[in-house]
Write a protein that binds this ligand. Sequence first.
Ligand code: 13P
Ligand code: SF4
Length: 305
Amino acid sequence: MDYEKEIGRLKQELNAVILAHYYQESEIQDVADFVGDSLALAQQAEKTQADVIVFCGVHFMAETAKLLNPTKLVLLPDLAAGCSLSDRCPPGLFKQFRDRHPQHFVVTYVNSSAAVKAMSDVICTSSNAVKVVSKIPGDRPILFAPDQHLGRYVMKQTGRDMILWPGSCMVHEIFSEKRVVQLKVEHPGAEVIAHPECEEAVLNHADFIGSTKQLLERTKTSPKKAFIVVTEAGIMHQMEKASPEKTFIPAPPTNGCSCNECPHMKLNTMEKLYLCMRDRTPKLELPPGLGEAAAKPLKLMLEWS
Ligand code: 13P
Ligand code: SF4
């Protein structure tokens, strides 16, 4: 089966747009109409004129697309592609957390379920979190969920004190600080670029911190010729395509592997992408009654971005 050709044919037949996150396998990135970070993908999903959005990413990203553009059919190659941040922030516990702090402004990272978004005042992504938090009136106390590491980074950048939900990403929390330091010694000319979901001890060694898209842009504009990349390894595909003359060194996790991959993102394959387009399933269904309440803080984020 020539998946690339068949996916192209089905794209025309369905009048579909294929959106892919940077952590998808390279073949999927190469057949996508648009590859981006979670903010850029949400913006594309909101404005697309296509009838069908085929979302190659994880569940919360496809759900965000559906919330922003509910009349579209949103397909996801593997419905089981979750996210540890979203999974570790169940709506019932989040409600208790929020109810304990009724005066607080609730900022929720987009890596969360629609039910949690519906209980939030504004959503943010890693590329706009600092900007979003800076817009909140100085006299309002803030709750930030569910990524404690991103939250801590935002606190440092904005000087705002926030109460943090104790969540973390199973991929970014296991980068080895020791191995990052060793790589810096082995490659003294390399720039360390890291995603803000990493632990503070790792971020302290970074020369540049940003969302996946911001990291990619940095590798294009930086005068450095080598980069130690402290995020999911899928992003290196676009880095290598954009700057073939530069060297990209993946930072390893503590589990002995040489690079770090998100098991949820990697559930999507070319075969599953083809099958979901052929069969028009699995499709993203919003939890009943939540659409409007969950879309509201997302739309506020887009306005503030
Ligand atoms: P970005 O917003 O940088 O794309 O990050 C999404 C994500 O899931 C990181 O783990
Ligand atoms: Fe979630 Fe982490 Fe995977 Fe991103 S890399 S989707 S935050 S588990």
